[in-house]
Design a protein around this ligand. Sequence first.
Ligand SMILES: Nc1nc2c(c(=O)[nH]1)N[C@H]1C(S)=C(S)[C@@H](COP(=O)(O)OP(=O)(O)OC[C@H]3O[C@@H](n4cnc5c(N)ncnc54)[C@H](O)[C@@H]3O)O[C@H]1N2
Ligand code: MOO
Length: 426
Amino acid sequence: MTPDTVPPGLPVPPPLRNDCFSLPAGVDWTPVDEALALLRERLHPVCAFERAPATAALGRVLAEDVIARRAHPPRSNSAVDGYGFAGPVPEGAHVLPLVEGRAAAGGDFAGAVPAGHAVRILTGAAVPEGVDSVVLEEDVSLQGGQIAFRGPLKAGANVRPAGEDVAAGAVALSAGRQITPSDLALLAAIGVGEVTLRKRLRVGVISTGDELVEAGTDAGVGKIPDANRPMLLAVLERLGHDPVDLGLLGDDRALLREALDEGAARVDAIITSGGASAGDEDHVSALLNEAGAMQQWRVAIKPGRPLALGLWQGVPVFGLPGNPVAAMVCTLVFARPALALLAGMGWVEPQGFDLPAGFGKRKKPGRREFQRARVRDGRVEPFASEGSGRISGLSWAEGLMELGDGERHVRPGDPVRFIPWGGFGL
Ligand SMILES: Nc1nc2c(c(=O)[nH]1)N[C@H]1C(S)=C(S)[C@@H](COP(=O)(O)OP(=O)(O)OC[C@H]3O[C@@H](n4cnc5c(N)ncnc54)[C@H](O)[C@@H]3O)O[C@H]1N2
Ligand code: MOO
């Protein structure tokens, strides 16, 4: 990791501990929740702080709470076009003389409105002194210099009090939040033009495998296009990180070592796919092992059993399985919350909901299953195949269906958990 240049006064996060990916001794298949709890406990933010204009903050992570510099709304104002006066008014007919002039948004009404009088007021205009209620213009008849309308009308009717949305000095957005388009409106409204952000987490992506060629090039016989790298780079972009393409490597340990060395100098975390299990050509796990800070995580999950996690020169490496569906599932289930922590967003949970199953299935106990799925007519439909090489199913799907660790006999109509892609931050 390159040392960040941090403006004076802003904190520099400490490095990760060498044992951050170690697993409890004697555990064979680690349940998903335990694996996640370990990551949550051991990882912490690694991205330094920087100041930036609020308008450039979309998708970025707040490093500090944002305090409202002004109230929203700053002054009590009218919610409608109508006539303002001092309320309340009781039931029955009312006739009020109008004062000269009007209150319009951006143009203050000079002076006070005397008791028993009304003033013409437009939506968004600050209510003049002596006014606390507004009657809608559609409910009024105008006769000469007077208005007539029927009560009752409560005091405060159609008036938006100062600070009813956000009080000046209140925490409007909390540290760790990833700025949304709506937040840009809020920041503008509360007078915040500059924010303290975390630098974007730089995440390198490497594909490994002798069978792979660059996407878009002629693969020829015996080769296949590298499908994981474009997918993973795009996922990282969507999650708000800074994706760094570290390339495609054959099953060559020396080259991979070089790429990890080079990558570790440029990025804050590395995601590899392929070579994660313990076979002859599984160089990612072999190398991380050699580095001494690696763990072969055997997580009780389908798909995505082999997962190699380690530190390479202090940089966390997520060695994902090569099968594209497993690579996607492991990225969303494990890498996403881990990267969010590193990026200063805090731990993130996938947001799903239970819907009736549109299918039947018997699931064996002992592992959590994620299947490509979509929702039609309010029911969850799984993809026709569970094969984790079936990339087309990822495109077909609109999210993942999650089946818990235990045994489960799902019958049509039973509730099942569906997590749309958006629930994973995509
Ligand atoms: N004896 C065992 N063999 C395997 C096991 C096992 O438990 N015992 N697990 C299987 C499972 S499950 C998976 S997943 C894979 C994971 O192995 P690796 O991480 O070492 O992945 P590879 O062998 O390199 O590749 C698996 C598969 O995916 C294709 N692949 C790899 N990278 C890409 C890419 N960038 N784009 C498209 N496709 C890719 C690769 O060609 C293979 O077909 O191990 C099983 N074996
Ligand atoms: O991780 Mo493998 O793809 O479970 O099938």
